[in-house]
Design a binder for this molecule. Structure first.
Ligand SMILES: NC(=O)c1ccc[n+]([C@@H]2O[C@H](COP(=O)([O-])OP(=O)(O)OC[C@H]3O[C@@H](n4cnc5c(N)ncnc54)[C@H](O)[C@@H]3O)[C@@H](O)[C@H]2O)c1
Length: 267
């Protein structure tokens, strides 16, 4: 039984791994953790090539410029990895952005966040699934957010796009799970990165109070991958909030209104 379990665990050792948004924050921490875990190669992909180069130099990885909101750019990234390493074991679709506001947010800003927080996951799957399905194995990790299970006070674009990202991850897991494809959705609350510093300001300080270090999140991701858990929750309380939401939606919405009254600081 132990042997059987072992065979089904995703190990980092020897793996070909791509991390988008690898230049900063959670992605950077994932790159470092995967390199420390003995990955064969870590491809640090970011729209900010300079940051990808810095991280890649530190971990002896490979920096590649990518715009995750462009199908052709993600295709080129996957093609390069397949040409150079033969296959991709783990694709971490992690890059993301945040925008405060609601219905008044401009169409251009909605399109931008939809491209980066939603379409990027679709482009990633489109680019890597065919080769993974041929091989009968492969792992897709999507960095979503607790906002994908709950909501983001002060940000409709973030809430909507993270719900969509989670829906796509669920769909992938259901559709391809029996063909050797593993899928996990990483759903943290606050993590101490430039995103938390610079964006989502309307959400108030409550996210900061429980914010985790990116390196800690990366450790939890590696454990979650080893256990092949669909939901990876660095803040375990999120599971309880999600249960409460499912148990009594109206009560949960009333509670969120109270939280909003307490913490929301419109910009
Ligand atoms: N920080 C948090 O509190 C928090 C909480 C929950 C979920 N998340 C999610 O974690 C992920 C990583 O966020 P972070 O906090 O590390 O942010 P971050 O801003 O520190 O890092 C994001 C990285 O993505 C890159 N990026 C942005 N747009 C890109 C594009 N179009 N193509 C390629 N790369 C691009 C940036 O250059 C940056 O290196 C995001 O999906 C975010 O929504 C963050």
């Amino acid at each position: 039984m132990t042997q059987r379990l072992k065979e089904h665990q995703m190990e980092i050792q020897g793996k070909v791994i791509i991390v988008t948004g690898g230049g900063h924050g959670i992605g950077q921490a994932l790159c470092r953790r995967f390199a420390a875990g003995g990955a064969r190669v870590v491809i640090v992909a970011d729209i900010d090539l300079a940051s990808a180069v810095t991280v890649a130099e530190e971990i002896q990885g490979i920096p590649i410029a990518v715009d995750v909101s462009s199908d052709s750019s993600v295709q080129a990234l996957a093609r390069r990895a397949l040409e150079d390493y033969g296959h991709i074991d783990l694709f971490c679709s992690n890059a993301g952005i945040a925008t405060d506001g609601g219905a008044e947010v401009s169409d251009a800003d909605w399109a931008r966040i939809m491209g980066i927080n939603v379409m990027a996951h679709i482009y990633a799957a489109r680019a890597v699934l065919p080769s993974m399905l041929d091989r009968g194995e492969g792992y897709l990790l999507q960095t979503v957010s607790a906002a994908g299970l709950l909501t983001q006070i002060g940000s409709a674009p973030y809430s909507v796009t993270k719900h969509a990202a989670l829906a796509f991850a669920e769909w992938l897991s259901i559709t391809y799970g029996d063909r050797g494809i593993k899928v996990s959705a990483l759903c943290p609350q606050g993590v101490k990165t430039q995103m938390l510093e610079n964006s989502l300001k309307g959400a108030g300080n409550f996210l900061h109070e429980s914010a985790l270090e990116p390196a800690h999140v990366a450790d939890i991701v590696v454990k979650g991958l080893a256990g092949e858990r669909f939901l990876i929750l660095p803040h375990p309380e999120v599971a309880e909030y999600f249960k409460r939401k499912a148990g009594d939606y109206d009560r949960w919405i009333r509670g969120m209104r109270r939280l909003q009254d307490k913490v929301f600081q419109p910009q």
